[in-house]
Design a protein around this ligand. Structure first.
Ligand code: PMP
Length: 451
């Protein structure tokens, strides 16, 4: 180990508290220190290179060091680092908003910028809530969200969340929501099987709405993939059915596309798979191609208009973050969309998804793989102790982690969600690197679970 790596590790351990990390365990480890990247490869200070198998936590889109994004950021830095969006504007924020509306599902018209996914979810919650106040239906204050859902770590977002290990501690701080079952086919909470179920999980949302719509502001969920919940993939038709219920009962539909947006599921946005336009769409993560924090809450004209009024009416949306519409982040966002165009990213992706799905079939033959699921480039491989009974591995065995650690020895970075191995590389990855990523993952699963 070089002296430099040693020194950096020491600083890190002395001064950083890492997110979602048990620091007692972390302190015993020698973390890798990533300092450079190229394409889908990350390089550490020891000269080792790793495939970025989870897109640096689901943010990276085209790979690292994308010329379009690099250039956009450099040009912006030369001109302006930051200026507020409160009451004035900047070119990058205006241009990106225009481009986003052009690619968003028809009907979405206005972009409200924030920094992280969770902040953009908070914005969606507050907008939906305030919208009904302005519409003269002040009793519509509650939200419907899903079991296994995840929307970020701020308290509003946690209130909507449905992952007990992350969320239970904070229960006394949270507002109550109606929880609909997860669209988890492998472990159907309704004990049914697709397609004979006729997507009964969507029917459960309808049941809640039919009884309580007078007090419900919005339904929120992740379209097609409950990502942090374990890469759970919805059956087709779910989105459309829930859209129909929201219309029927006059309830807003909020789609959290923070993880699914920007090509990850094979289309620019997951809701496009069913031609659905939400009333509010939340974007983050891949918005800057994985370079800088930037998120957006995008709404229909109808919602925007409800907030218009005279100054003294206080219909204003009183919410905003210091770095909203940051020009450098927005420039990265523009560079990201330029790269989509230059590399025909979405068109090229179709063939890669076919290849990925073909390769994933192999995993089903592994003795301890219970379920292999994907929507586009979002892949979950669920490990089980017993395939017949679907008995999960006990948490204490840390099976997912063991697989990831073995893969790391072979220079592939993946990060599990409990017993679910997540594979989610940049969508710009080459077939060759994708093959390597899957081969190492397969070997790591086999070796960990079968020996
Ligand atoms: N929504 C979804 C669907 C997410 O997957 C995440 C992050 N994993 C968030 C919201 C929160 O985003 P952030 O971490 O940027 O706050």
């Amino acid at each position: 180990m070089t002296d430099r790596t040693k020194k950096l590790r020491e600083y890190d351990k002395n001064f950083i508290w890492h997110p979602f990390t048990q620091m007692k365990e972390y302190e015993k480890k020698e973390p890798i220190v990533i300092e450079e990247a190229e394409g889908v490869y990350l390089f550490d200070t020891e000269g080792r290179k790793y495939i970025d198998g989870v897109s640096s936590l689901w943010v990276n889109i085209h790979g690292h060091k994308v010329p379009e994004i690099d250039r956009a950021i450099k040009e912006q830095v030369e001109k302006l680092g930051h200026s507020t969006l409160l009451g004035i504007t900047n070119p990058a924020a205006a241009e990106l908003a225009k481009e986003l509306i052009e690619i968003c599902p028809t009907g979405l018209k206005k972009v409200f910028y924030s920094g992280d996914g969770a902040s953009a979810v908070e914005v969606a919650i507050k907008m939906a809530f305030q919208y009904w106040q302005h519409k003269g239906k002040p009793k519509k204050t509650k939200f419907v969200s899903l079991e296994n859902g995840y929307h970020g770590d701020t308290l509003g977002a946690v209130s909507l969340g449905g992952i007990d290990i992350f969320h239970a501690t904070f229960k006394p701080l949270l507002f109550e929501t109606y929880k609909a079952p997860s669209y988890y086919c492998y472990r159907c909470p309704l004990g049914q099987t697709y397609p004979s179920c006729e997507v009964a999980c969507a029917g459960e949302v309808e049941k809640i709405l039919s009884e309580h719509h007078n007090e419900i502001a919005a339904v929120i969920f992740e379209p097609y993939v409950q990502a942090a919940g374990g890469m759970i993939v919805s059956p087709p038709g779910y989105l459309e059915q829930v859209r129909g219920c929201c219309d029927k009962y006059d309830v807003l539909m909020i789609l959290d596309e923070v993880a699914t947006g920007f090509g990850r599921t094979g289309k620019m946005f997951a809701c496009e798979h069913e031609g659905v336009t939400p009333d509010i769409m939340v974007l983050g993560k891949g918005m800057t191609g994985g370079y800088l924090p930037l998120s957006a809450t995008i709404v229909t004209q109808e919602i925007y208009d409800a907030f218009l009024g005279e100054y003294e009416e206080f219909k204003t949306f009183f919410h905003g973050h210091s770095y909203a519409g940051n020009p450098i982040s927005c420039a990265a966002g523009l560079g990201n969309l330029e790269a989509f165009r230059n590399y025909n990213t979405l068109e090229e992706l179709e063939e890669k998804i076919e290849f990925l799905e073909q390769e994933l079939r192999e995993f089903k033959g592994l003795k301890h793989v219970g379920d292999v699921r994907n929507k586009g480039f979002m892949v979950g491989i669920e490990l089980v102790e017993d395939r017949e009974t679907k008995k999960p591995y006990p948490v204490k065995m840390k099976m997912g982690w063991k697989v990831a650690e073995l893969a790391m020895e072979e220079e592939v970075l993946i990060r599990p969600l409990g017993n679910v191995i997540v594979v989610m590389p940049p969508i710009g990855i080459s077939m060759e690197d994708l093959k390597k990523l899957l081969t190492v993952t397969y070997r790591a699963i086999k070796k960990t679970t079968e020996s």
